[in-house]
Design a protein around this ligand. Sequence first.
Ligand code: AMP
Length: 140
Amino acid sequence: MPAYDPNNIFAKILRGELPCYKIYEDDKAFAFLDIMPRASGHALVLPKTPARNILDVSPDDLAHVMKVAQKIAKASVEVFAADGVTIQQFNENAGGQVVFHLHVHVIPRKIGVAMKPPASVKEAPDVLAEQAKQLAAALR
Ligand code: AMP
């Protein structure tokens, strides 16, 4: 497996070098909205410690990221009146991974609404800002 690249886009977001629509942060995890959501409210949860994916992350960091994903899933159901939640996590090119800092997708779902293809439509900044505000408030 290739080494972790500290210049990947999520590493830059974690270091504050690139902007994001932040929804949650604690000492070990960070979460923000996906700018090309597969469904409205699509969030990403990352460990702060560098890890490429499930193949190199520490078990403790992985467990913590999943705890945060659960919190965000519950908040999404409340904020977006979702009927369900899809959790996705991809590993290496062959596993569908595009950005190589581990992340868990938390995607609120509505009955009868199909997910968009990955990275197909960029959401409007004002929509993302408002959703991030609502989710962050529900996570406090
Ligand atoms: P994957 O590595 O396959 O799990 O997908 C990476 C995800 O990151 C995709 O859903 C993209 O829409 C999303 N993405 C890419 N760049 C950004 C960014 N700057 N901010 C938020 N999400 C992003």
